[in-house]
Write a protein that binds this ligand. Structure first.
Ligand SMILES: [Zn+2]
Length: 489
């Protein structure tokens, strides 16, 4: 994610949306109270759920043509249990649940916190198959101006689930440590076009509506799901090695947005030159006519605010570097997902690094000047947001407040320090190995430290600890004269 500077983090979200959940207990006699569970994420204790591993999601949405009406939806989850389970917790906190089946039989369900808690007829054994089907609504309307999940655009809907809003859209195990394959089906009335992450596998047309089906070829975190419904045009072009590139834009904007979109294949080639092959089956931009205040790296189809390309005050180099930021996330953050939300710096630090490197190589914007400025602010950023790998918890009702300067330029600054410390050849090898060793996987700060130490041929744990967990910014290798302004007390 990258917040657009003019608007800042103006997106707010409810700390708890339990009041918006409407579920009913279909049978009495539940032995003990259902409680919300989590996978122990330091920043989001109730995200994710223990006891199972999701292999695939099948999401089916039916859109009425009106943004103010809930979509009807069927979510099917194929998982395997990793422990014996009397109950199965899913994350789901916005919408009405009509029915639930577990392994083909109706199951009881209730809500607890932001969880939907299922009680199957019989206890599930460890290591067995688990198929859950939930019939529910998916509601793009949020009370009190709260946002998250569906984004209402001028001509339809898009999705922005980072960090913790996928479970406002569909029931899931809403943590990036449980990646899965996705099949997404969208039915929309005539005149609309639906596009989702992955490649299309079929279109079925009836006189009044069309159903599009998309499937991902690689596992994906729930936070990176994208579904676009709108009066859209899909522009297709070829990327490197025949990679299918498709952009989804408001049909009326084809003339103005086309020149920007033609830059994507060369940007992919540039990234491949830095870190190796593009990790997915397709790429492209979804340009939404909505004021989101951010861009978002949804997997294979990054979400951009239309205004980024239409407002005259943004210099050309800046817009292109933001395009590269979201593209770089396809390697850093998407193909290699953070193990916990405290590892967010690995995603944002790298995306910012390639954004800045691109601006230097293509537009002469000095990386060293930018890093020296970041160094000057670094102590203040650490005081405000915590050190890069131990960020402060989000404030109540401000979950996107984890997207602070310390995880952007404050963490690109660490990568600059690391390159200064181990030298460019070792740093380049580290970057290439990172995205190849952990491709389609989940990895955290310790994994990056171990790989860096191996590539550099020496133990870097002291260096990593000082830079990633320290209250103060350590001296910059090679620039002993750089200073950081003290934090205001
Ligand atoms: Zn980002």
């Amino acid at each position: 994610m990258l917040l657009t500077p003019r608007s800042g983090a103006r997106r707010v979200r409810a700390a708890l949306l339990t009041s918006a959940v409407s579920v009913c207990l279909i049978a009495a006699g539940v032995p003990s109270p259902a409680v919300p569970l989590g996978v122990g994420d330091r920043l989001f204790p109730h995200l994710g759920n223990p006891g199972y591993d999701v292999r695939s999601y099948d999401l089916a949405f039916t859109y009425s043509g009106t943004n103010s009406e809930p979509l009807t939806a069927v979510t099917t989850i194929d998982a395997r249990t990793t422990a014996p389970l009397e109950r199965v917790n899913l994350d789901f906190a916005h919408g009405t649940v009509r029915s639930v089946e577990v392994n083909g039989a109706p199951a009881e369900f209730t809500s607890a916190g932001e969880d939907l808690v299922l009680t199957p007829r019989a206890r599930l054994r460890e290591g067995g198959p688990l198929r859950i089907t939930v019939r529910h609504t998916s509601d793009p309307m949020y009370a009190d101006g709260k946002e998250g999940g569906w984004v209402r655009t001028a001509d339809g809907l898009a999705m922005a689930n980072q960090a913790d809003a996928a479970h406002l859209v569909f029931p899931c195990n809403d943590h990036p440590s449980d990646k899965a394959l996705f099949t997404i089906r969208v039915t929309a009335p005539r005149g609309h076009t639906a596009v989702a992450g992955g490649l299309p596998t079929g279109v079925r047309r009836t006189p009044r509506a069309t159903t599009w089906t998309y499937r991902t070829a690689h596992p994906m975190a729930t936070e990176l799901t994208q579904v676009s419904i709108g009066r859209s045009t899909v522009l297709r072009r070829k990327g490197p090695h025949g990679l299918p590139v498709r952009d989804v834009i408001p049909a009326k904007d084809r003339g103005t947005l086309g020149p920007w979109l033609r830059k994507t294949p060369a940007q992919i080639r540039w990234m491949e030159g830095k870190v190796g092959a593009y990790p997915f089956e397709t790429y492209g931009l979804l340009i939404a006519d909505a004021r989101t205040g951010f861009e978002l790296e949804t997997q294979t189809l990054s979400l951009f605010e239309r205004e980024l390309f239409t407002r005259s005050e943004y210099p050309k180099w800046y817009v292109e570097s933001i395009m590269v930021h979201e593209l770089a996330h396809q390697w850093f953050g998407n193909s290699v997902s953070p193990r916990t939300w405290s590892d967010l710096w690995l995603s944002e630090g790298h995306a910012t690094w390639y954004e800045a490197l691109y601006a230097q190589e293509k537009a002469g914007r000095s990386l060293q000047t930018r890093m020296k400025a970041a160094y000057g602010s670094s102590d203040r950023w650490r005081a405000a947001g915590g050190p890069p790998a131990e960020p402060k918890a989000p404030g109540p009702g401000q979950k996107t407040s984890i997207f602070r300067p310390v995880v952007y330029d404050g963490s690109a600054l660490f990568l600059y320090a690391l390159r200064q410390e181990i030298g460019s050849p070792a740093f380049d090898r580290l970057e290439r190995s990172w995205v190849s060793v952990h491709r389609d996987g989940v990895a955290g700060t310790d994994d990056f430290q171990d790989l860096a130490s191996r590539v550099a041929g020496r133990d870097l744990s002291g260096f990593f600890h000082a830079w990633l967990y320290g209250e103060k910014t350590p001296p910059m290798p090679g620039h002993p004269d750089w200073t950081s302004e003290p934090a205001r007390k």
